[in-house]
Design a protein around this ligand. Structure first.
Ligand code: ZN
Length: 341
């Protein structure tokens, strides 16, 4: 039985935010080529057919009025949901497939057809708020996915790890007062969208279940791995999720044009291995990767290829030393965590 599923499809090339937009169809073209090679060359991977998300599923993450607004963009050649979130006539339909593709993967994993999977879709989702699209994102796919797991597959504790270089404000917002979903984010800070300070920890019953690790520009593998080793892995370990979802953006790569971090393919591989290991321990191996950002085409391809390799192995994460330059930041976050974990 193939162990891993890939969701990727030419339909995702049809969302066109404009010729000079960094969130270009070329990103998906690059990953489609990679996915074809991987599925053709390894018995461990299979393509999963797509479906469109339905209204009821979108409403797990969004208000009906906002969904109507996004639906209405299909009547315009070009529509701006905000300054950099631009749609064309096909965007709404493509966004339905992005959400539906992810739900399809979760269904297949719940049925034990696959242990893990990678959903290569666009537009991305983690900035989308309940009633507002922003930051290239229309619908919050990962947030809808977590709610869907609870509603359809009886998930009790879902952990979302967001390693995109931008803070996943939409995902944080969706579960801010909810302990049944643990949201963790590493991100460049201060930076777009402005949220994600270390003291944003959740509220009410959800207090402690939002974990933000804001990082200064210039962090590379050593810093990210120190954060994973000291904070991310121990917190997820204690939470004992029955599902692990990864908002996998690759814009913290050193070649990415939109941000100023220095992560390499190897760094993404170690982070992926650490999460895969946690999933094997706590979640029966169930871990779903979902593409968010990542705007340098060869960095994107090579980083995703590394994560795919990790999905087929049972290698433990190889922790490096280093990361001293952010030791004070790690201490700050751990001090906040002490209160909750
Ligand atoms: Zn991003």
């Amino acid at each position: 039985m193939p162990r891993s599923a890939i969701v990727a499809d030419p339909v995702f090339l049809k969302h066109q935010p404009g010729p000079y937009h960094p969130e270009s169809p070329q990103r998906l073209k690059t990953l489609l080529d990679l996915a074809g090679e991987v599925v053709g060359g390894s018995a461990g991977f299979e393509f999963l057919p797509l479906r469109a998300a339905v209204q009821e599923e979108l409403e797990l993450g969004h208000g009906a009025g906002y969904i109507d607004l996004v639906r209405s963009t299909s009547e315009h050649n070009r529509f701006a949901l905000d300054g950099d979130t631009i749609t064309c006539r096909d965007s709404f339909g493509v966004a339905l497939m992005a959400v539906g593709g992810f739900l399809q993967l979760l269904d297949a994993m719940a049925a034990s057809d696959y242990r893990n999977g990678f959903t290569m879709v666009r537009p991305p989702g983690h900035h989308a708020l309940r009633d507002r699209g922003m930051g290239f994102c229309l619908f919050n796919t990962v947030a809808i996915g977590a709610r869907y797991l609870q509603k359809t597959h009886g998930a009790r504790r879902v952990a979302i790890m967001d390693w995109d270089v931008h803070h996943g404000n939409g995902s944080q917002d969706a579960f801010y007062d909810d302990p049944s979903v643990l949201f963790l984010s590493t991100h460049q800070y201060p930076y777009y969208p402005g949220t994600g300070a270390a003291d944003e920890v959740g509220s009410g019953k959800g207090e402690g279940y939002t974990v933000n690790v804001p990082l200064p520009a210039g962090c590379g593998d050593a810093e990210y791995l120190a954060v994973f080793r000291e904070i991310i892995v121990p917190v997820i370990e204690r939470y004992e999720p029955d599902w692990l979802l990864v908002s996998a953006g690759f814009d913290s790569h050193r070649d990415d044009p939109l941000a100023a971090m220095n992560v390499t393919e190897r760094g993404f591989g170690v982070m992926a291995n650490a999460l895969l290991e946690l999933a094997r321990k706590h979640a029966g191996g169930k871990i779903a990767f979902l593409l968010e950002g990542g705007y340098d085409l060869s960095a994107l391809r090579n980083s995703v290829a590394t994560v795919l390799e990790c999905m087929q192995s049972e290698d433990a994460a190889q922790w490096d030393g280093g990361g001293e330059r952010i030791a004070a930041r790690i201490r700050d976050v751990l001090q906040i965590r002490e209160k909750y974990w």
